[in-house]
Design a protein around this ligand. Structure first.
Ligand code: SF4
Length: 204
């Protein structure tokens, strides 16, 4: 276990899932994010990153792909902001017969100003997108995007994603003020995604 920011946790296991922490950058400032509440930890892992992570940092830490149920790009930032590393590592996992999931805020296309889903579709089996709000106002309140037009871009990403990725989950958190969880479910399901209801204060 690494608890010092000088020794960041890039790879950690929860059960048979291996989590890959490849960036701490994010264009959101979610008010429920542990990062914005004085914590750098998920479970017992310190996920703060001070340097840019490359695929070469991750490769030696992947372990035996056959012994891992699923690799999950997750952590304290948005993995698609380190797209080159994400794609390189995911391709290596797939080439060795592994399974890849990406947890995303759904703003990768907005940030990169192009559709990155065709690239993701070549190496990602499952995509989990955080919706978190059924209106732009609630999204602004809870996720505080730095980029204008983020909520509209997120809805467009949710619309496109199932056309490229075999399994798409869309999540929202039950218990957030001014969020209608059933409206969130409708947004997911009308686009062909599976809705995942999360509960406030449970991260992971
Ligand atoms: S998208 Fe995730 S990492 Fe970024 S601020 Fe929100 S909860 Fe934190």
């Amino acid at each position: 276990m690494n608890t010092s920011s000088a020794m960041p946790t890039l790879v950690y296991d929860i059960g048979h899932h291996r989590y890959l922490n490849i960036t701490a950058r994010c264009t959101l400032r979610c008010q429920f994010c542990p990062k914005h509440n004085g914590s750098k930890q998920i479970h017992e892992y310190d996920l703060s990153l001070s340097q840019r992570i490359t695929a070469d940092d991750i490769f030696p830490l992947l372990g035996n792909v056959q012994e891992v149920a699923e690799y999950v790009f997750c952590g304290f930032g948005e993995p698609t902001l380190n797209l080159e590393c994400l794609l390189q590592v995911a391709h290596v996992i797939k080439a060795q017969g592994g399974r890849v999931r990406l947890n995303s805020d759904g703003l990768g296309n907005h940030f990169h100003r192009r559709n990155i889903l065709p690239e993701l579709s070549q190496c990602v089996d499952s995509l989990s997108i955080s919706l978190n709000a059924d209106t732009p106002e609630a999204y602004q309140q809870h996720c505080r995007p730095k980029l204008a037009g983020s909520y509209e871009a997120l809805l467009e990403f949710i619309h496109l994603a199932p056309k490229f990725i075999p399994e798409v989950h869309v999540s929202a958190i039950n218990g957030l003020a001014n969020v209608n969880i059933e409206h969130c479910r409708n947004i997911a399901e009308k686009n062909g995604a599976i809705f995942k209801q999360r509960e406030l204060d449970i991260i992971g």
